[in-house]
Every structure is written in structure tokens, then in C-alpha cells.
Design a protein around this ligand. Structure first.
Ligand SMILES: NC(=O)c1ccc[n+]([C@@H]2O[C@H](COP(=O)([O-])OP(=O)(O)OC[C@H]3O[C@@H](n4cnc5c(N)ncnc54)[C@H](O)[C@@H]3O)[C@@H](O)[C@H]2O)c1
Length: 261
């Protein structure tokens, strides 16, 4: 028996990286998943490997319609919703605020916050009635940048602090019906990408060998994580049987980075 046997879940940002590893692990633990991403081709390869346990929704997770379609797909296809892993995110590549024009600052802020913060707000409000029925849970993706400076630029760090605030606020507002938690990964070898408004949308973390090596060196455990390294933490938080008393909890999965600050 898997830890998520009989559950139906939504995972956003599932075409790549941490979201993909979580979706694959959820299915291995017995869950059926609606996987959401704007990268249609990569999402189709995930669907092909997960088969009948998986439904896809292609769209921009920062928009209401995509989140509404994802929740509707879970209910139509699986008849219930137990867990939402709200995980999409983009990076600002450590862009310094003093090197942004005012116009670029507005555009980059709107883009980063739409993806990194608004997507979670929209998914949470859309999923709430169905999660209430199952006494389900939400698991968001925070970051070490939710706790300290230097894990990105001002925009990324502010957005990830905002996600941490959202976890605490919704855990407070929606208890006792819905648990709201998060996982905070440290540097992880994924396709994490930049943003259109700063011309960095095609830049990907996994392609930056120097950055990956620097993460490994800076991390007490001595390696940059792989997406699969975090999947078990999401399973734990999604599993009512194993985390019934956990809400407003953020599991840090960072190789010890925050421990030495
Ligand atoms: N990689 C790291 O070092 C790291 C560290 C801490 C936290 N995180 C967080 O982990 C989460 C997952 O990122 P990842 O590292 O796996 O990157 P990734 O790029 O491999 O995966 C993110 C996925 O989200 C999708 N996506 C992005 N914006 C979207 C949107 N608006 N609508 C729909 N889909 C969208 C992308 O297409 C991609 O498939 C993010 O929230 C990121 O901030 C990553």
C-alpha cells in the first residue's frame, strides 16, 4: 500500500523539475494526479509515462481559468480532490534592484509575482470547496529564499517570502478543515527559468554548470539536490495518515544550508 492510495491530487508546474518528480512519486504512492503546466509537449511525455493515473491541463497557472480547469478535471475524472501541490515558479537570476529601470521593475515584479504568488492564491481559492469535503491539504513550494536573503534577487526573495506568509495565513484561516503546508527546497538541478520581462525566460538553472557547482560547494551536505530528493517531503505532507497534525509547517529540504546561517 502506498501512502497516497485512493487520493486524487493536482500538481502544478509538473512538466519539469520538482513538480514532475512529485507527480511521479504521488502516482507511485497510489494517487491519481491532474498535472498542470504551460509546457505542453513536456506535459504530454509525463502523461504518456503515467497513463490512466494522470490527466493533463495545459495553461498558465497565474490565470484563473487554468486553475478552474484543473480543479474541474480532478472532479470530473477522479470524483474528488485530496491534495493540491501548488508549485509553479520562475527565477529572477539574482537581478539587483539597483540595476533595474523603474519600468523594468514594474514589469518584472508583475511577472514574478503573478507566477510565484498569484498562482498559489488562485489555486487555493479554486480548490477550497473540494478540499473541505475530503479534509484535504495544500502543499506549496517555498524555497530557502523564503527565509533569508541571497537565494535570488529582490523580486524572487520577496515572492518566496510571500508564499511563506500565504502558508501561515491559510493554515490559520482554513483550519480545521484543510491543512496548508509547504516544502522549501534548496538549490536543485532543474529547468528553473527566468522571465520574459527581463529577457531571461530561456535561461535554465540546470544549464548553468558554474551555479550548480557553487550550490554544491555552499551546501553542508555537499551536493546540489535532484528533484527526486524533495518528493518524499511532499508525500508526507499530503498523507493525512502520516501528517494529520501538521499545518502551517514548512519542511526545509536544503542540504543544511539554512542550518549554518
Ligand atoms: N530549482 C531550485 O533550485 C529551486 C529551489 C527552491 C525552490 N524552487 C521552487 O521550486 C518550484 C519548481 O521549480 P523547478 O526548480 O522544479 O523549476 P522547473 O522550471 O524545472 O519547473 C517549473 C515548471 O513550472 C512551469 N511553469 C512556470 N511558470 C508557469 C506558469 N505561469 N504556468 C504554468 N506552468 C508554469 C514550467 O513550465 C516548469 O515545467 C518553483 O516554485 C521554484 O521557485 C526551486
Amino acid at each position: 500500500m502506498g501512502w497516497l492510495e485512493g487520493q486524487a491530487a493536482i500538481v502544478t508546474g509538473a512538466a519539469s523539475g520538482i513538480g514532475r518528480a512529485v507527480a511521479e512519486r504521488f502516482v507511485a504512492e497510489g494517487a491519481r494526479v491532474v498535472v498542470v503546466d504551460r509546457a505542453e509537449a513536456a506535459l504530454a511525455t509525463l502523461r504518456a509515462s503515467l497513463g490512466a493515473m494522470c490527466e493533463t491541463v495545459v495553461g498558465d497557472a497565474s490565470l484563473p481559468d487554468t486553475n478552474a480547469r484543473a480543479v474541474a478535471a480532478a472532479i470530473d475524472r477522479f470524483g474528488r480532490l485530496d491534495t493540491v501541490v501548488s508549485n509553479v515558479g520562475v527565477f529572477d537570476w539574482h537581478k539587483r534592484l539597483d540595476r533595474l529601470s523603474a519600468d523594468d521593475c514594474v514589469a518584472a515584479h508583475d511577472e514574478v509575482f503573478a507566477v510565484n504568488v498569484r498562482s498559489h492564491l488562485l489555486m487555493a481559492r479554486e480548490a477550497r470547496p473540494y478540499l473541505k469535503e475530503t479534509h484535504g491539504s495544500i502543499v506549496m513550494t517555498c524555497s530557502t529564499a523564503s527565509f533569508r536573503g541571497g537565494g535570488g534577487g529582490a523580486l524572487y526573495t520577496a515572492s518566496k517570502f510571500a508564499v511563506r506568509g500565504l502558508v501561515y495565513q491559510l493554515a490559520h484561516e482554513w483550519a480545521p478543515d484543510i491543512r496548508v503546508n509547504a516544502v522549501a527546497p534548496g538549490g536543485t538541478v532543474t529547468g528553473l527559468s527566468g522571465i520574459d520581462s527581463l529577457g531571461s525566460a530561456d535561461r535554465r538553472l540546470a544549464d548553468d554548470e558554474r551555479l550548480v557547482a557553487a550550490v554544491g560547494t555552499a551546501t553542508p551536505l555537499g551536493f546540489a539536490a535532484e528533484p527526486e530528493d524533495h518528493a518524499g517531503a511532499y508525500v508526507l505532507l499530503a498523507s493525512t495518515g502520516n501528517s494529520r497534525g501538521m499545518t502551517g509547517t514548512i519542511i526545509v529540504s536544503d542540504g543544511g544550508l539554512l542550518a549554518r546561517i
